[in-house]
Design a protein around this ligand. Structure first.
Ligand code: XIL
Length: 459
C-alpha cells in the first residue's frame, strides 16, 4: 500500500506539473493525453460519439449561469417536465408545445442530442386521461404519441416511449393503461411510436433496474420478447437515481451488458447520486466507467445541472454546486471520460474488484458466487455458477440463509425450501456448463440476505 501510495503521489505531482503547464488551455489530463477535452459533452463525444446530457427546465433558461453551464458543458438535453402528459396535453387534443420547444430549439441549434421524455407514464398524467374507458384511452394514447412525436419528427434522438411500467417485484404496475388496456399496451405504444417518428430511437425507461433484480429481470424479459417477435424497441433507459452510502450496484455494468446483448442500446437517463466529496465522486466515476465499458452504452444524462435545482436538492446529487462550481464528482466524471479508466484514490479498490464478501472460487468441478442486492426488508441474490476445467452436466448450489430470511421467488433453478439451508439445482436448460463458462440463477426474499457463502457441487 505504501509503495502504491508513493507511486500515486509521484504520479499526481507529475500530473499537477503537467496541468500547470497546460493551464492556458485549461486542460487537465490524468492520462497525459495532450488534447483531452475540457467539457463533459466534448469528452463524451470523443468516446465513440457518446453524449453527456442534462435534464433541463425551461423556466431556468433565462438565468445566465444556468444557460451558460448547460450550453458549455453538455451535448445533450432532456426536458425535465415539459413533455410530460399533464403539461403537453392538459386537455384532450389541446397541445402545449411551447415550453418543450424552447429547450428543443436551443439544444438543436447547438447540435445537442435531445431525449424525449416521456409519452406513456402513470405519473404527471393529465387528469382527464384517467376517466376514459378502454376504447377512448386507446385512441387517446395513440393520438398523444402521434401528435407529440410528430411535433418534433426527425429531431429527437431517443424517446422514452413507456416509463416505469413495472413494480419492484417484477409485476406490472397497475396504471390506468395497464388496467384498461391490459399487458399489450406497451407493445401498442411502441408500434405507434415507430410509425410516428421512424428516425427516433424508442426506449423503455425505468428506475431501480440498475442492478440485476426482480424488476430489471422483468424489463429484460419484456425486451427479449419484443426482440424475438420484432416489436420495435431500440434502447433501454436506466434512470440511475442513487442514494445511500454505497449506492451503485456491483453488477451495474453486468446488467447494462446483458441488455446490450439483446441488441438494444442502453442509456443512463436520469443519473443523480446523493452525497458529497470523494464518496460521491467515486460513485459517479464507477457509473461512467461502467457505461464506457459497454459499447452499446451510448450516452449519460444527469438529472439536473446545479444541486439546488435538483428534484432532491437536500441530497446534493449533481455535478455542480448551487453556485455552479464544479464539484469533485464533476472532475471524476470528466477524468473518467477523458481516460476511460478510473484513477482510484490511494486507498480505494479499483472499481471492478469483487465485493469483499465474495468467496474465492472453490476447488472442485464448479464454483458459485453470489451478489446480493439488499434493501430495507428484502433482497435479491444473483448467483453465478462457473464450471472448472471439466464440463459440468448438472449442479447443486447450497446456500444457508441468515435466520429471519425467507425466499419468496426464484428464477433459473429449482429450490428445496425457503428458509435456512436451501439447495438450488439446475433446471433443464442450464445444467450443462462448458469448462470455464458460467450460468446464472437468482432468488428474491424478505428479511436480510447478505453475508451468505454458496457452495457448489457438480456432476
Ligand atoms: C421528476 C422531476 O425532476 C421533478 O421536477 C418533478 O416534480 C417530478 O418528476 N422519474 C422520471 C422523471 O422519469 O420524469 C422524474 O422527474 C423523476 C423520476
Amino acid at each position: 500500500m505504501v509503495t502504491r501510495s508513493l507511486r500515486t503521489t509521484a504520479r499526481r505531482a507529475l500530473v499537477l506539473a503537467a496541468a500547470g503547464a497546460m493551464a492556458v488551455t485549461g486542460v487537465v489530463a490524468l492520462s497525459g493525453t495532450a488534447n483531452a477535452a475540457t467539457t463533459l459533452g466534448a469528452s463524451a463525444a470523443e468516446r465513440g460519439g457518446r453524449y453527456f446530457g442534462a435534464a433541463v427546465a425551461a423556466n431556468h433558461l433565462g438565468e445566465a449561469r444556468y444557460f451558460q453551464t448547460w450550453t458549455t458543458e453538455f451535448n445533450g438535453a432532456t426536458p425535465e417536465n415539459e413533455m410530460k402528459w399533464q403539461t403537453i396535453e392538459p386537455s384532450r387534443n389541446q397541445f402545449n408545445f411551447a415550453p418543450a420547444n424552447q429547450i428543443v430549439t436551443q439544444a438543436r441549434s447547438r447540435g445537442m442530442k435531445v431525449r424525449g421524455h416521456t409519452l406513456v407514464w402513470h405519473s404527471q398524467l393529465a387528469g382527464w386521461v384517467s376517466s376514459l374507458d378502454a376504447t377512448n384511452l386507446r385512441s387517446a394514447m395513440n393520438n398523444h404519441i402521434n401528435r407529440v412525436m410528430g411535433q418534433w419528427r426527425g429531431q429527437i434522438h431517443s424517446w422514452d416511449v413507456v416509463n416505469e411500467a413495472f413494480e419492484e417485484n417484477g409485476s406490472r404496475r397497475q396504471s390506468v393503461f395497464q388496467q384498461r388496456l391490459g399487458n399489450g399496451y406497451i407493445e401498442e405504444a411502441f408500434r405507434a411510436a415507430r410509425t410516428a417518428d421512424p428516425n427516433a430511437k424508442l426506449c423503455y425507461n425505468d428506475y431501480n433496474t440498475d442492478g440485476i433484480n426482480a424488476k430489471s429481470n422483468a424489463v429484460f424479459a419484456l425486451v427479449q420478447d419484443f426482440r424475438n417477435r420484432g416489436v420495435p424497441i431500440d434502447c433501454v433507459g436506466f434512470q440511475s437515481h442513487f442514494n445511500g452510502a454505497s449506492p451503485v450496484p456491483g453488477n451495474y455494468q453486468q446488467n447494462l451488458q446483458r441488455f446490450a446483448n439483446l441488441g438494444v442500446d442502453v442509456q443512463i437517463t436520469e443519473l443523480d447520486i446523493e452525497g458529497s466529496g470523494t464518496a460521491q465522486a467515486n460513485n459517479y466515476r464507477n457509473v461512467v466507467n461502467a457505461c464506457l465499458a459497454v459499447s452499446r452504452c451510448t450516452g449519460i444524462t444527469v438529472w439536473g445541472i446545479p444541486d439546488h435545482y435538483s428534484w432532491r436538492p437536500n441530497g446534493t446529487p449533481l455535478l455542480f454546486d448551487s453556485n455552479y462550481n464544479k464539484k469533485a464528482a464533476y472532475t471524476a466524471v470528466l477524468n473518467a471520460l477523458n481516460t476511460g479508466q478510473s484513477d482510484p484514490p490511494p486507498n480505494d479498490p479499483p472499481p471492478n474488484d469483487p465485493p469483499p464478501n465474495d468467496p474465492p472460487p472453490t476447488t472442485g468441478a464448479c464454483a458459485a458466487t453470489v451478489s446480493t442486492n439488499q434493501w430495507t426488508g428484502g433482497f435479491v441474490g444473483s448467483v453465478r455458477v462457473t464450471a472448472g476445467s471439466a464440463q459440468v452436466n448438472a449442479w447443486t448450489v447450497t446456500v444457508t440463509l441468515p435466520s429471519g430470511a425467507t425466499l419468496t421467488s426464484g428464477w433459473n433453478a429449482d429450490r428445496s425450501g425457503n428458509t435456512g439451508t436451501v439447495q438450488f439445482t439446475n433446471v433443464g436448460f442450464n445444467g450443462s456448463i462448458a469448462p470455464g463458462q458460467s450460468v446464472d440463477f437468482g432468488y428474491q426474499g424478505t428479511g436480510t440476505g447478505t453475508g451468505v457463502t454458496p457452495t457448489c457441487a457438480a456432476s
